[in-house]
Write a protein that binds this ligand. Structure first.
Ligand SMILES: Cc1cc2nc3c(=O)[nH]c(=O)nc-3n(C[C@H](O)[C@H](O)[C@H](O)COP(=O)(O)O)c2cc1C
Length: 359
């Protein structure tokens, strides 16, 4: 039976961008280029399946922003040169022709790179735990990074801004600044990875400064309809259970700072153990809901939302205007179509990761 009354299937306006439903594909690194960072034909097919399956918006995998220190994984895509530009172009137009909007996620790995050995971060703090399996042949502990000097910080900013400009040129609807999951901007944000004593360290306001400056600088260089979002999280790929130590007080500072920088939406990530695990504070308050009420910005909620009931709960209880699916979308590239048709959805299985994008 066709279902149209559920909020998941209702339209939403993301700034000027009309979205036909609330279902978004979450950014997922699939490490499937040939080492040159150029999107391949199979990536076009991979992204197109989500568009044909009815997702209103696709956020791409984290894409590196400069050829210096940003790359996380050997086969990660980049958007830093002509060949990469030409690789993304047909991918973007094919997704749009299939009826979805598409946003590029801009990612700088900082010290969590499995590609480089000479690495940079906010401070010279050795990352916790070890490299992710399946993303690179290189495994084991991460090298100790060097603390970035102010020139290197300027290079980071320039990388984000120039890549956003390239994304606009080739037809993306926007960019998402990856400030979540333990990568560079989260290394600046987090107290134990940022021991700086300059204007990028110390208070939380100082630690959110780099992310805010990047958003601000991108906004100044792109046209006014081009969307600039941000991704935030408490947990990190190398520290799953981390929660913001100040709870909603931290949320208050962070959300207001990035709103002032001009961000168009906030995407809150919760990797691994569901929405509540990563999105609630220690005392149970919902950070995405707080972001929504403080800023009135569109919010994308995330984390184990692939069942109809959980997705509906999150939307109806005001934790987000949109929901993003990671593993649920891998298992069901046509998830919105299935929801509309009242069909059951497939559970995710770990072997979906086995072959890069060729699922
Ligand atoms: C294979 C894989 C790759 C991921 N890569 C990224 C990434 O590039 N950028 C990002 O912000 N999150 C990344 N994530 C996190 C997802 O966007 C999402 O937050 C997480 O999977 C939780 O959502 P889910 O429960 O719907 O899977 C990745 C997750 C998976 C499973």
């Amino acid at each position: 039976m066709l279902e149209t009354s559920n909020k998941i299937l209702s339209p939403f306006q993301l700034k000027h961008l009309p979205l036909k439903n609330r279902a978004v594909v979450a950014p997922m690194s699939r490490v499937s280029t040939k080492g040159d960072g150029i999107p391949t034909k199979s990536m076009i097919e991979y992204y197109n399946r989500f568009a044909e399956g009815g997702f209103s918006l696709i956020i791409t995998e984290g894409t590196y922003t400069d050829q210096i220190y940003s790359q996380a994984y050997p086969n990660q895509p980049g958007l830093t040169n002509e060949l990469q530009i030409e690789g993304w172009r047909p991918l973007v137009s094919s997704v749009k022709q299939s009826g979805s909007s598409i946003i590029l996620q801009l990612m700088h790995a900082g010290s969590l790179t499995q590609h480089l050995t000479d690495t940079r971060s906010a401070s010279d703090v050795q990352p916790l735990r070890s490299m992710l399996s399946g993303y690179s042949e290189k495994q084991g502990i991460f090298p100790q990074p060097h603390a970035m000097n102010l020139n290197e910080i300027e290079d980071v900013k320039l990388g984000f801004v120039e890549t956003a400009k390239r994304a606009e040129l080739i037809g993306f609807d926007g960019v998402e600044v990856h400030a979540a999951n333990g990568y560079l901007l989260d290394q600046f944000l987090t107290d134990y990875t940022n021991r700086r004593e300059d204007c990028y360290g110390g208070s939380l306001l100082n630690r959110v400064r780099l992310g805010s400056e990047i958003i601000h600088d991108i906004k100044r260089k792109v046209s006014k309809d081009f969307i600039v979002g941000v991704r935030l999280s408490q947990g990190k790929v190398n520290d799953f259970d981390y929660l913001w130590p100040g709870g909603i007080d931290d949320g208050d500072v962070i959300f207001k700072a990035i709103q002032q920088a001009g961000v168009d939406y906030i995407h809150f990530a919760s990797e691994g153990l569901g929405f509540d695990h990563g999105c609630l504070t220690r005392s149970g308050e919902s950070l995405p809901k707080l972001a929504s009420s403080l800023t009135q910005l569109p919010i994308i909620a995330n984390g184990g939302l692939e069942t109809r009931s959980e997705a509906t709960r999150i939307l109806n209880d005001g934790h987000g205007d949109l929901i993003s699916l990671g593993k649920g979308a891998l298992a069901n590239p046509d998830w919105p179509r299935k929801i509309a048709a009242g069909e059951s959805t497939k559970p995710f299985e770990p072997n979906y990761f086995a072959n890069g994008v060729s699922l």
